[in-house]
Design a protein around this ligand. Structure first.
Ligand SMILES: CC(C)(COP(=O)(O)OP(=O)(O)OC[C@H]1O[C@@H](n2cnc3c(N)ncnc32)[C@H](O)[C@@H]1OP(=O)(O)O)[C@@H](O)C(=O)NCCC(=O)NCCS
Length: 219
């Protein structure tokens, strides 16, 4: 007789997104996702709680989910379970030998982690697979952006996620705060670049949520 297991909607959402993220993941990079749950704020380690005390419950909950996830990925890579700090400009501070990135939307937290030196960098973003509000599209999309075959319905949201992921990947390298029009993205070529920064390779999935991973690949 086959045992029946019942899975909660959040389990199914995680499994479905994880499968899409695994399909896009480049070799060596660990990606994960976790539905943000009530109580995830308690997953923050004491040092991390100190860094986010000024933030509201929703933000602490999302940070707890993302940091818990990142710690699991670090453990899979053989790294000890330690706090992931938070820099002055919001950037995560990784322990020596690990580089990664965190993101969350209202429902899901995602993380990307790789073993490597501090001059390596990653950026990740997650967004619902829904169109951006019409008035936000012109703020995000600039003349140089190339949409390729991306659905016109979602192109603005995909570009938004790509630019946020690129910013998170490049900021730890150069410390420059960027606007959307400082970043040009080609969805056709799966890459982007900042005004003065490196070319950034993009890996993405669109369904069930939009997730973009950005990896600087050289100047
Ligand atoms: C970093 C930023 C893009 C994150 O956007 P968000 O929609 O608030 O949140 P996300 O869930 O996508 O990402 C949050 C995570 O990004 C990471 N992050 C924040 N600032 C970062 C930075 N400067 N560099 C790298 N990662 C950063 C953090 O890990 C954060 O999670 P935490 O607060 O739980 O630690 C935004 O807060 C910001 O600083 N924007 C200014 C620049 C910008 O947006 N330019 C337009 C795009 S080029």
């Amino acid at each position: 007789m086959t045992a029946m297991t019942s899975r909660s909607p959040s389990d199914r959402s995680e499994a479905s997104l994880l499968s899409a993220m695994m399909s896009m993941a480049p070799p060596g990079i660990r990606l994960g996702c976790r539905t943000i749950r009530v109580g995830d704020e308690d997953l923050l380690l004491p040092e991390e709680q100190h860094a986010v005390t000024t933030r509201n419950l929703e933000a602490r909950r999302a940070s707890g989910a993302a940091r818990h996830l990142a710690r699991d990925l670090m453990a899979e890579l053989g790294h000890p379970v330690v706090a992931i700090g938070r820099g002055r400009f919001g950037q995560p501070i990784w322990p020596a030998g690990v580089v990664g990135s965190l993101a969350h939307d209202r429902v899901m937290a995602v993380a990307a982690v790789v073993s490597g030196p501090a001059n390596l960098s990653l950026g990740i973003d997650v967004e619902p697979a829904e169109p951006l509000p019409d008035d936000a599209v012109p703020l995000v999309m600039t003349a140089g952006d190339e949409l390729g075959t991306a659905s016109r319905h979602l192109a603005g949201r995909i570009l938004f996620a790509a630019k946020e992921a690129i910013y998170k990947a490049v900021y730890p390298l150069d410390g420059i705060i960027l606007n959307h029009d400082d970043v040009v993205v080609s969805l056709a070529a799966s890459c982007g670049r900042t005004r003065a920064g490196p070319v950034v390779r993009l890996y993405l999935c669109i369904s069930p949520r939009i997730v973009v991973l950005a990896i600087p690949s050289g100047r």
